[in-house]
Design a protein around this ligand. Structure first.
Ligand SMILES: NC(=O)c1ccc[n+]([C@@H]2O[C@H](COP(=O)([O-])OP(=O)(O)OC[C@H]3O[C@@H](n4cnc5c(N)ncnc54)[C@H](OP(=O)(O)O)[C@@H]3O)[C@@H](O)[C@H]2O)c1
Length: 273
């Protein structure tokens, strides 16, 4: 049992990302009566869970007052919705809460200004595998953030995967470019390999490529070996893999392509700040 079991939660914006946290709380046996969801347009999925678990879903901030204040609030609305969601009522309601924002591109200084919450506002970034509890997330704290709130932020994001801390806010742009956008790179690699397999006449190529990814990852986890060492094991001298790897690594071309793409994403992330 973690410390969070005594806490009350408010999810502000239960769209794609917010819903992942709602389901993670329920999956981890957090009591539904400690969770409030503030959502303009509840999805079918949310309405179904609301009915099944007797969750509190409210559409308007004005109805919040009759509920107990939350200890932890997740801010998961779109960047352009941040200002409109924080009116006087919500600011007052969250005065002493930990507010974790996963909104892309909104710096901590802006978040603190909008929430008027100095000590409890923290900035985080994550990625879509949070929906299956396998997200990669980072946290950025103000120097003054109390350690008890830091611990709670770690635990909360830990419900949906792995969490680390960055000490410099600018690293969030690198994180976004590599891990936030990362699932798209992986899917693109799967798509490309699958198309090549199909072109070569291999049927069922989609499933084969999925198995290739899953199998390779599970093998790596099982063997507890570095990817480099496992790659070398597949690459016999004078063999097929060596022929492919020589082509892939010639003039460092694979590295260069990936680096260029990630630098473009990082530049975009900075521009969106
Ligand atoms: N997708 C990713 O890979 C990713 C990764 C990390 C972080 N993020 C961040 O996560 C945040 C959420 O993304 P998302 O894809 O989950 O967005 P989303 O599906 O649009 O979810 C946001 C939800 O909040 C609702 N909402 C907006 N203003 C509200 C208000 N005043 N009161 C109540 N509900 C309100 C929206 O309703 P309406 O539809 O009516 O506007 C919408 O259902 C974004 O800031 C994004 O930058 C996304």
């Amino acid at each position: 049992m973690t410390d969070l079991k005594k806490d009350r939660f408010l999810i502000i914006g239960a769209g794609n990302m917010g819903m992942s946290f709602v389901t993670a709380l329920l999956r981890n046996k957090y009591s539904a009566n400690k969770i409030i969801i503030l959502e303009n347009k509840p999805s079918k999925k949310l309405l179904k869970i609301k009915k099944e678990k007797k969750l509190t879903v409210i559409k308007n901030i004005k109805y919040l007052k009759k509920y107990q204040k939350p200890n932890i609030a997740l801010l998961s609305v779109k960047p352009n919705q941040l200002n409109s969601v924080f009116d006087g009522d919500l600011i007052d309601f969250l005065k002493s809460s930990l507010i974790i924002s996963i909104i892309a591109g909104k710096k901590l200084s802006i978040l603190k200004k909008v929430t008027k919450n100095n000590l409890g506002t923290v900035r985080a970034m994550t990625n879509t595998p949070v929906s299956v509890g396998m997200g990669t997330s980072i946290l950025f704290f103000d120097k003054k953030t109390p350690s008890i709130l830091k611990k709670k932020a770690y635990q909360f994001l830990g419900l949906v995967g792995q969490v680390s801390e960055v000490k410099k806010e600018s690293l969030i742009d690198s994180f976004t470019a590599i891990f936030g956008s990362g699932p798209a790179y992986i899917y693109y690699f799967i798509e490309t390999l699958s198309k090549i397999a199909k072109k070569h006449g291999l049927e069922n190529s989609n499933n084969m490529v999925l198995q290739l990814f899953l199998g390779s990852l599970l093998l790596m986890l099982n063997e507890n070996e570095s990817p480099e060492s496992l790659r070398q094991k597949v690459t016999s001298k004078g063999g097929t893999t060596e022929a492919a790897m020589l082509s892939l690594t010639k003039s460092d071309k694979f590295n260069k392509i990936l680096l260029e793409a990630i630098n473009k994403a990082k530049k975009k992330s900075k521009e969106l700040n």
